[in-house]
Design a protein around this ligand. Structure first.
Ligand SMILES: O=c1[nH]c(=O)c2nc[nH]c2[nH]1
Length: 451
């Protein structure tokens, strides 16, 4: 057993903050939490004595806290070199002019390995312990990403992208046929499943149609069949912006959610990115199929033509987590996306056009709190992926970030006021920088630390 002692913040239920002062967390050899003791528990002292005899005992000091590792539900790993570039273009331009030429370069596996290792290191240093990745259409480079995550200690779900539609993808970057795309996806699933047992934290293959516009009916149907056959995760983009949403309706005479469901791509293990244009009927389809939404608030501010009604969808019962959407979102940090999720929800509620009367300017009851946004980045992400992550409780993995409010480079203090736990967490969520992330643990293993 390994022991970790310190105060923890988490939200086992969406939006409900739990603070445990001086918790003692008992973690087994496989990196799973066995027990979380509170100081007034019967066995706390006895366990603490055992913990103190262990050379690996981790004990936090005053001003330091354990937070669950963040779960990033939407990252385009190959777009990391493009972070921050051309964000003033509309989505289809940005894809055609910048993104596809960049992604085509991943035919060069050495280039891919350099970028992917740097990205994984960056994400870990921001406290992100689990990531749902889009790779590219290339089989070999996609496998390299899964291996790099495995060896670096990050929990990863990785998809080889499928994009075979001859009219909607460039000749220099597409799957050569639906048949080839399906064969490569199946091989990708096999090879990732073969490499997975070597990595304790979990490496998973993901079926990844880029989005309905870039795929033929044949590849969409075949991918749905593979999802049924292998019971693996599925990811795609759904109703992201006006153009993508309308395009699917024009092509099929149905909404994106309906099309994805008919092709068998909405399952308990599906995560759909963005979903800004979904309505209550689409929300019901997600609930009925167990599909989750990856909310990407920074990216949405550029490309979505709207704001996702997070509060209403959560109240409806839709599962949801957060995504950085590198590089539609420029930041590799879910810390930044937590803040943006709150700010976007406030703008949705109040509206933005002051020439309209206040009563029609915004969407009533849309705001979320920073604690709700923190839930999305942790417990919500775990629920979306159907994995036991994002909460400190028996049966969950020990994935944690140690936040240090006393870090020399960025001391976060309330000058003796605002000392209550919830205020401390709010200050952390708004003011922490990577300088405050002292350690990051995945499945009980230390994967990042500041000396
Ligand atoms: O934000 C986005 N990034 C992408 O790479 C992409 N591809 C399809 N739709 C997309 N949206």
């Amino acid at each position: 057993m390994k022991y970790f002692k310190g105060s923890i913040f988490h939200t086992p239920i969406h939006g409900e903050l739990i603070f445990i002062e001086e918790a003692l967390i008992e973690v087994d050899e496989k990196g799973n939490i066995q027990s979380v003791f509170q100081p007034d528990d019967q066995h706390y002292q006895e366990k603490l004595e055992i913990a103190k005899t262990d050379v690996d005992f981790v004990e936090l000091s005053k001003g330091q806290y354990f937070l669950p590792g963040f779960v990033d539900l939407h990252v385009h790993a190959p777009q990391w070199p493009q972070a921050g570039v051309a964000l003033d273009e509309p989505l289809n331009h940005w894809l055609d002019e910048c993104t596809f030429p960049l992604e085509a370069k991943y035919e060069d596996v050495d280039f891919a390995k350099r970028v992917y290792q740097d990205l994984v290191d960056h994400l870990l240093s921001r406290g992100t312990t689990t990531v749902l990745y889009f790779a590219t259409a290339h089989l070999e480079a996609s496998l390299a990403l899964a291996k790099i995550c495995g060896e670096t200690g990050q929990r990863a779900l990785v998809g080889k992208v499928v994009m075979d539609h001859p009219e909607m993808t460039p000749t220099y970057y597409r799957d050569q046929s639906a048949e080839r795309a399906l064969a490569d996806t199946e091989q990708f699933i096999h090879e990732v499943q073969q490499m997975a047992p070597a990595y304790q934290q979990g490496i998973y293959p993901v079926i990844t149609p880029r989005f309905v516009p870039s795929c033929t009916d044949e590849s969409l149907a075949g991918l749905g069949e593979l999802a049924r056959q292998y019971d693996v995760h599925v990811q795609s983009h759904c109703s992201e912006g006006q153009w993508a949403h309308d395009h699917v309706i024009e092509r099929f005479g149905k909404r994106d959610t309906e099309v994805l469901r008919e092709f068998g791509l909405l399952t308990e293990k599906s995560v759909m990115a963005h979903c800004n244009f979904i309505d209550e009927h689409d929300g019901d389809i997600f609930i009925e199929t167990g599909t989750a939404v990856a909310h990407c608030p920074i990216s949405n501010a550029y490309f979505a033509n709207g704001v996702l009604p997070v509060k209403h969808l959560k109240e409806q019962g839709v599962e949801m987590g957060l995504g950085t959407d590198i590089s539609g979102g420029f930041s590799p940090s879910l810390w930044d996306n937590i803040k943006q999720a709150v700010m976007s929800s406030r703008m949705l509620e109040d509206g933005v056009d002051v020439t309209l009367p206040p009563s029609v300017r915004g969407v009533e009851a849309s705001r979320i709190s920073v604690i709700e946004a923190f839930s999305l980045a942790t417990q919500g992400g775990g629920e979306a992926l159907s994995l036991p992550i994002g909460v400190f409780a028996p049966g969950y993995t020990f994935d944690a970030q140690v936040l240090d409010m006393t870090a020399q480079a960025n001391q976060i203090t309330g000058y003796g006021v605002f000392n209550q736990p919830e205020a401390q967490l709010q200050k952390l969520l708004y003011l922490a920088t990577p300088e405050n992330i002292k350690q990051v643990w995945v499945q009980g293993q230390l994967v990042h630390h500041k000396s």
